[in-house]
Design a protein around this ligand. Structure first.
Ligand SMILES: Nc1ncnc2c1ncn2[C@@H]1O[C@H](COP(=O)(O)OP(=O)(O)OP(=O)(O)O)[C@@H](O)[C@H]1O
Length: 310
C-alpha cells in the first residue's frame, strides 16, 4: 500500500488483539489528503481501536500504520486533532482555558490559542460561556468545547470518534459545517459513526467495518452500486422483456391501459439505460422513478442486521 505525499493515513495489514478478542483483523486502507472519510460500523466493529492505534494510544499486534508520512507517535500531535468517544475534560477549568490548554499541548503560543479559542467559542454560540467552568455547561455545550479543543490547532488530520452522538439536531448541523470548513481549509477529516445519514451527507469515501474486518471501501456511489437499482414505473406495456430488467412486479391497472409496476434491475445496470430502451421499444411511460439504495440498505446488505445493530 502506498504512503506517498498524497496519503494522509494508511493501514497495512493491521491487526489488534486484546487477549482472545480480535478487535481489528488484517485491516488495510488508505485515506488521501483533503478527503472527508467515514469510518462506519456497528458497535464493537473496531472503529475506536483503529483510531487509537493511529494516535499511538495503543499499538497494533501486527501490521504497519503510516500517518502524515510518519509512524504513529507524539511527534504528530501538533498536526492532528482528535475528538475521543468518551468525553471528559477538567471539570473546574473554564471553557476558554480548556481550549487554550489543549492548544498549548499542541505547541501553540498561549496568545494564539486564546485568539483561536475565542473565535471557536463565538462560532459555536458559546462566547457567553467562555469563563464558565466546564462542570456548569450542559453535555452538548461541553461536547462543543471538546470539539474546539480538537480543532484549535487547525490540524492537517482531524479524527472524530462518534462526534454526532449526544448532539441535538442544531448542533449536529454545526458539527457538519465544522467538518466541511476543515475540509475546505485542506484538512483530512476522518470520523466514525454508526449513523449513516451523516456519512451520506459528508463523506468523499467511506470504510465499512464489521467484526474488525473491512467489508467495503469506496465512494458513496460505489457503495450504492453494490445493490441493484429499483424503479417505480407507470407504463402501458410490460417492461419485463427489456434487457437489464431482472424482475417486474406488476401492480394494479389505473385506467386507460396504464399500469403501475416495480422493477428490479440487474446489478450494474443504470436506470438511464432502461429508459433509453423504453424509448427505443416505443413503450409509453407516465412515471419513471429511481429508488436509490441508501447507505443503510448497503450496510444491511454487506453486514446483515446483526452487524448493523447499534
Ligand atoms: N482495551 C480493551 N480490552 C479488551 N477488549 C477491547 C478493548 N478495547 C476494545 N475491545 C474490544 O474490541 C472490539 C472492538 O471495540 P471498539 O471499541 O474498537 O469498537 P467500535 O467500533 O468503536 O464500537 P462502538 O461503536 O460500540 O464504539 C470489541 O469487541 C471490544 O470489546
Amino acid at each position: 500500500m502506498s504512503s506517498d505525499g498524497d496519503t494522509a493515513l494508511s493501514l497495512d495489514g493491521v491487526t489488534k488483539r486484546f487477549g482472545a478478542v480480535c478487535a481489528v483483523d488484517r485491516l488495510s486502507f488508505d485515506v488521501s489528503q483533503g478527503e472527508v472519510y467515514g469510518f462506519l460500523g456497528g458497535n464493537g466493529a473496531g472503529k475506536t481501536t483503529s483510531l487509537r492505534m493511529v494516535l499511538d494510544i495503543i499499538r497494533p499486534t501486527e501490521g504497519r500504520i503510516t500517518v502524515l508520512g510518519r509512524d504513529p507517535g507524539r511527534e504528530n500531535a501538533s498536526e492532528i486533532g482528535f475528538l475521543p468517544e468518551e468525553r471528559g475534560l477538567y471539570r473546574n477549568m473554564t471553557a476558554l482555558d480548556t481550549i487554550v490548554y489543549f492548544g498549548r499541548l499542541k505547541g501553540m503560543s498561549a496568545a494564539a490559542a486564546r485568539t483561536e479559542g475565542s473565535t471557536l467559542l463565538d462560532r459555536f454560540g458559546l462566547s457567553a460561556n467562555a469563563r464558565s467552568p466546564m462542570n456548569q455547561l450542559s453535555k452538548g455545550m461541553a461536547q462543543k468545547v471538546q470539539l474546539a479543543t480538537a480543532v484549535v490547532n487547525r490540524p492537517r488530520l482531524l479524527m472524530l470518534d462518534e462526534p454526532f452522538s449526544g448532539l441535538d439536531p442544531v448542533n449536529q448541523g454545526l458539527l457538519e459545517d465544522e467538518i466541511k470548513r476543515a475540509a475546505a481549509d485542506g484538512a483530512t477529516v476522518i470520523f466514525s459513526t454508526h449513523v449513516m445519514q451523516h456519512a451520506e451527507r459528508l463523506c468523499d469515501r467511506l470504510l465499512l467495518l464489521a467484526k474488525g474486518r473491512k467489508k467495503f471501501q469506496g465512494t458513496l456511489d460505489e457503495a450504492r452500486a453494490l445493490l441493484p437499482a429499483r424503479l417505480s414505473v407507470i407504463a402501458q406495456q410490460s417492461l419485463a422483456a427489456l434487457p437489464g430488467v431482472e424482475s417486474v412486479a406488476e401492480g394494479a391497472e389505473i385506467g386507460g391501459g396504464w399500469r403501475e409496476c416495480k422493477l428490479r434491475l440487474e446489478p450494474g445496470v443504470e436506470p438511464g439505460d432502461v429508459l433509453e430502451r423504453c424509448f427505443a421499444a416505443g413503450i409509453s411511460l407516465r412515471r419513471f422513478e429511481e429508488h436509490r439504495p441508501s447507505l443503510h440498505d448497503v450496510f444491511l446488505h454487506l453486514v446483515g442486521p446483526a452487524g448493523a445493530q447499534t
